[in-house]
Design a protein around this ligand. Structure first.
Ligand SMILES: [Fe+2]
Length: 255
């Protein structure tokens, strides 16, 4: 068996040094984190929550047509957030508790926060729907701004805590293969709609470095589907919302 010691520059930049064995099942290479999928989804959800909060600031000036296009995009965002949290609750957290052989207080907190976030995205869905149907908008606009601002803050604090916890648990207790098994399970159980939007959605929200890692993990079939179908569908959904943001270009740029 050969051992290598190399310095790895990695998105988390927390690895520094990892000791690898050329052992096929990856058992000996614990302390490496390979579950990028869930963290990348956080980047995309955070970018979208920022866009939403910025649009909410000028919601009273949107036309009925613009509100309709916003609502269509919001339905997509609602589905991505809901599917993401369902995968965390049903698969990721269960895998951690099973490995730790005991319930986790942190996971309980995360699940309570998922319910809070679900309440907020349901409320936002209700308010945008009402805004589309009524011309009495003043109170609804205020309500929307309160909810989108709360969503941004609650979600940001939630993913900070969740990522630190998951990173620590994965690196300390799960082999690379075990992590990949969880990610594959998440993909296998994800709604088709989620998968068909996931690739272009992530591409649009991640940094250059992160996109490189994403592309390395994608099978060629997904790249092909994205090239000819998924990307167009996503662009049609997103472009009207990006137009609404013309006044606030800073939200879209990521280093
Ligand atoms: Fe979460």
């Amino acid at each position: 068996m050969t051992r290598y010691s190399i310095n790895i520059k990695h998105p988390e930049q927390q690895l520094g040094f990892a000791i690898f064995a050329d052992d096929k099942d990856g058992f000996l290479s614990m302390n490496q984190f390979v579950m990028h999928g869930s963290f990348f989804a956080h980047r995309a959800l955070m970018r979208d929550a920022e866009m939403l909060n910025t649009i909410a600031l000028r919601i009273e000036r949107l036309s009925q047509e613009e509100l309709h296009l916003l609502n269509r995009w919001y339905d997509f965002f609602w589905n991505m957030m809901e599917a993401h949290h369902a995968a965390e609750d049903d698969l990721l957290f269960r895998a951690v508790e099973k490995k730790m052989e005991q319930p986790s207080e942190t996971i309980e907190e995360m699940e309570v926060e998922h319910n809070r976030i679900q309440f907020l995205i349901d409320e936002i869905k209700r308010v945008i729907g009402e805004l589309e149907r009524t011309d009495k908008k003043v109170l609804l606009c205020k309500e929307l701004q309160l909810h989108t601002d709360a969503l941004l803050n609650v979600f940001n604090a939630h993913i900070m805590k969740e990522e630190a916890y998951i990173l620590e648990k994965m690196k300390a207790h799960f082999t690379i293969n075990e992590q990949r098994k969880i990610e594959n399970e998440v993909k296998r159980k994800a709604p088709v709609r989620y998968l068909s939007y996931m690739v272009p959605w992530l591409h649009d929200s991640l940094s250059v470095e992160e996109n490189k890692i994403l592309d390395q993990s994608l099978p060629w079939t997904a790249k092909l589907m994205n090239r000819f179908f998924w990307k167009n569908n996503y662009t049609r959904l997103l472009n009207p919302v990006k137009t609404l943001l013309e006044l606030h270009p800073h939200v879209l740029e990521r280093s």
